[in-house]
Design a binder for this molecule. Structure first.
Ligand SMILES: Cc1ncc(COP(=O)(O)O)c(C=O)c1O
Length: 448
């Protein structure tokens, strides 16, 4: 196996990492759990080096945040430059150009020909909270419809819209009222027990039915959907699903909010995943790779909808922080100047080809699915019953970490390995990481 990027010099985790994590155990609240207890010292591109000097290929990309690579040089320079001028004024007190420039860029990048506007927040969950507020203000209605398997964040409204009880929701209710839920097009585990394409994507009709059986359109502010479900298992719906959902929303006069927090900024091979499906959301939620590691999120949408809330209803002290806006403007420049989307498609094809090859012999690989570089591998104990291989997935992740590859998981059964590597990863780094994963999957498969 060719070795080039990974450099493991100690047992994993190393002594310095263990010492920090022991201190964390005493003072950091337990629910803030850690996937890879190797303490970061520095990162660049697709590589992270820990405090013990071990270097890993990071396929998590800070959970989809660094599509342009860890510590992208242009982004770091822009942050340094901004830090030398001012750190904070609060845009709603003393405004600054970068906030406006970024809004100009995002309304141009977002799908849809009509006039659009943008506003900024700190996290993905805040973007979702505010998209709901905006949709409610614009429609004068309260109801929200979300999907099974959805993940929209951890604040009260976002968590209510999120579907997975463990680890996110259990014991944290009561949740916000007026949220209804319909099935998503999870073809590997079809909610209707049907096969695509003969099913005719009948699952989408559950949304149409919901307007009769659950909540009237006249009481519904919006439907919120991820174009590819992230935490829900990298679930890629068939091409007809999103257009049909958009059509049903239009028919009932209900806004469509598309949550592109994980799928956005070239991850799926287009700047935004909804562009694959030719749909134009009323509101778009953005975060994660928007600012390459700086905390920044946005809602971008139809100008008439965005302008609906009364003055002062939307905002926050730190929202649209100048350092974060400077970083995001560099990200936009990188996206415009380099064809990150076509690189995402190449990366996705390379990963998928290897994984499909592995699937011939490694029987725990139940499904390999992708849109661009958003690739998920669903592990099962038995391909017939599709019993989720949750413990086995955890074993693969632990083994990969010890061999120098950081890869996260997702899925309603926590049995999906997911690739969120920087889109700047080299072919050699990718192949090296895939070699490691093949060894780990083969070992865990042998135990099954
Ligand atoms: C689709 C989606 N929406 C919302 C969120 C919440 O973002 P944040 O963790 O920044 O609040 C996430 C985070 O993973 C996400 O993937």
């Amino acid at each position: 196996m060719a070795r080039c990027a990974i450099d493991i010099m100690t047992e994993i985790p190393g002594p310095k990492s263990r010492e920090v994590m022991e201190r964390a155990g005493r003072v950091v609240a337990r629910p803030v759990s850690v996937m890879a207890p190797v303490v970061a010292a520095k990162a660049h591109g697709s590589l992270v080096t820990d405090v013990d000097g071990n270097t890993y290929i990071d396929l998590s990309g800070g959970v989809g945040v660094v599509n342009v690579g860890h510590n992208n040089d242009a982004v770091v320079d822009a942050i340094k430059d901004q830090a030398g001028r001012f750190l904070h004024t609060d845009y709603s007190v003393i405004p600054y150009d970068s906030y406006v420039s970024l809004a100009e860029e995002l309304v141009e990048l977002a799908p849809g020909d009509g006039p659009k506007k943008a506003c900024f927040f700190n996290s993905g969950a805040e973007s979702v909270e505010n998209a709901v507020k905006i949709a409610r203000a614009a429609s004068g209605r309260g109801g929200m419809i979300a999907f099974e398997g959805a993940f929209h964040g951890r604040t009260l409204m976002a968590l209510t819209l999120t579907s997975k009880p463990r680890p996110y929701k259990e014991g944290l209710g009561p949740f916000a009222p007026e949220v209804y839920r319909v099935p998503y097009a999870y073809c590997y585990r079809c909610p209707l027990g049907l096969e695509y394409p003969v099913c005719g994507v009948r699952c989408a009709e559950a949304l149409d039915r919901a307007f009769t059986s659950m909540v009237a359109p006249s009481d519904t502010a919006a439907v919120i959907i991820e174009p590819v479900q992230g935490e829900g298992g990298f679930v890629v719906p068939p091409p007809e699903f999103l257009p049909r959902i958009a059509e049903i929303c239009r028919k009932h006069g209900v806004f469509l909010i598309v949550d592109e927090i994980q799928t956005g900024f070239c991850r799926t091979g287009r700047v935004f995943a909804c562009q694959h499906y030719g749909i134009e959301p009323d509101l778009l939620c953005l975060a994660k790779s928007l600012a390459a590691g700086m905390p920044l999120s946005a809602v971008v949408g139809r100008a008439d909808v965005m302008d609906a809330p009364a003055d002062g209803r939307i905002g926050g002290t730190y929202v649209g922080n100048p350092l974060a806006c400077a970083a995001a403007l560099e990200v936009v420049k990188i996206i415009r100047g380099n064809d990150l989307s076509s690189r995402a498609r190449e990366i996705g094809a390379r990963i998928t080809r290897r994984l499909k090859g592995m699937q011939e012999n490694i029987t725990i690989i139940g499904d390999v699915r992708s849109l661009g570089a958003m690739v998920g591998v669903e592990l099962v104990r038995d391909r017939e019953t599709k019993e989720p291989a949750s413990a086995e997935t955890a074993k693969v992740i632990a083994k990969a970490m010890k061999r120098g590859v950081i890869i996260p998981r997702c899925g309603i059964y926590s049995n999906v390995l997911r690739f969120l590597n920087p889109l700047t990863i080299t072919d050699a780094e990718l192949d090296e990481a895939l070699d490691v994963l093949e060894v780990c999957l083969t070992e865990v498969n042998a135990l099954n």
